[in-house]
Design a protein around this ligand. Structure first.
Ligand SMILES: Cc1cc2nc3c(=O)[nH]c(=O)nc-3n(C[C@H](O)[C@H](O)[C@H](O)COP(=O)(O)OP(=O)(O)OC[C@H]3O[C@@H](n4cnc5c(N)ncnc54)[C@H](O)[C@@H]3O)c2cc1C
Length: 298
């Protein structure tokens, strides 16, 4: 199928893009990489009467390292983020998750902002943002808003972004010393959306005690699931297999995934329990290696 007729705008500045968005009203949509929007328009699942092309907005294409966070512009291509030395060193969980997003050709065009604004509950980038307590920056006619990732995702394909706002930036906390992370998922085929995904991170003290644990799951509900209370069970104890299994079981008991033709709700719960256990084991092993490399003499 083909999309309905639409007007096309390609603003040169963010101010111009916001002004066109305001003038066109609810029927307008931003287009970034087009990897989700164009198929949805072709199937007429969405019918925007105006498209505002963000691709000339070079000011939204950046990766900048701050003291405790990495800031990534909304228009930064997923492949650029995946291969960024800054992201690999300072937000390794995101770098590990990105190869699971679709295929290389899509990631060369698809943007991080597009994935987050699209808000597919099985998408990898939103799950990582929720796990790490990231912040989504939105800009609209009244200025800039900072929205915590766990408040940004509202439901299936629905976010806290207002119709006259654009997503401009992601701010992701960087890893403290002694941290290990892991991203795992089950999908029908490589490049397909996750049936279940798990993003985990553990920080160990120099004595090997868990000081911090972060955990989120994708594909198990209408938004990424932040397993905050389950992760907290690990804090204060040395990493151990029994605790990881218990966290996996508790997460599985609390999530309410859907059944569909790709997998039943029970399958997703079982997969979640196993993936949480494995992701925590991998994170703890990496955290332990990171702690040892800090101790070893230069
Ligand atoms: C075959 C296939 C497999 C895929 N597999 C996966 C997968 O495994 N995991 C995964 O996460 N994704 C997957 N995707 C989706 C892909 O990652 C898209 O690249 C991504 O979801 C959208 O990024 P985009 O830049 O192309 O956004 P677009 O398609 O341009 O836009 C998507 C939505 O976001 C809005 N938008 C875009 N940018 C902004 C902004 N700055 N401010 C406000 N709104 C904005 C648009 O209006 C639109 O509603 C797949 C897609 C396809 C076609």
């Amino acid at each position: 199928m083909k999309p309905i007729a639409f007007d096309y705008f390609d603003p040169a500045t963010l101010a111009e893009a916001l002004s066109i968005l305001r003038e066109c009203g609810d029927e307008a949509k931003a287009i970034a990489g087009g990897q989700s929007l164009v198929p949805m328009m072709n199937f007429r699942l969405v019918r925007p009467t105006a498209l505002i092309d963000l691709n000339r907005l070079a000011s939204l294409d950046f990766i900048v390292e701050h003291q405790c966070a990495v800031a990534i512009g909304a228009l930064t291509r997923q492949h650029i983020v995946e291969t960024s030395a800054i992201v690999r060193a300072r937000v390794p969980l995101l770098a590990e998750a990105l190869p699971f997003v679709a295929h290389m050709a899509l990631r060369r065009r698809g943007t991080v902002g597009g994935s987050v604004a699209h808000a597919d509950p099985a998408a990898e980038i939103p799950t990582v943002l929720v796990a790490l307590g990231a912040t989504v920056i939105a800009q609209g006619p009244n200025g800039t808003r900072a929205i915590p990732a766990d408040k940004f995702f509202v439901s299936y394909f629905s976010t806290a972004l207002k119709s006259d706002e654009l997503l401009t930036e992601l701010r992701i906390p960087t890893v403290p010393p002694g941290t290990g992370s892991a991203f795992l998922e089950v999908s029908r085929r490589k490049g397909s959306l996750a049936l279940v995904s798990v993003a985990a991170e553990i920080t160990l003290s120099p004595e090997g005690i868990c000081e911090r644990a972060a955990l989120a799951l994708g594909g198990v509900g209408s938004t990424p699931f932040a397993a905050v209370e389950e992760a907290q069970l690990l804090v204060g104890q040395a990493p151990n297999l029994r605790a990881f299994q218990e966290v996996g079981q508790r997460v599985a008991a609390r999530i309410s995934p859907d059944s569909d033709l790709h997998g039943s709700a029970q399958y997703r719960k079982d997969a979640a329990a196993a993936l949480v256990d494995r992701a925590l084991q991998a994170s703890a092993a990496r955290a332990s290696a990171a702690s040892r490399s800090m101790e070893s003499p230069k």
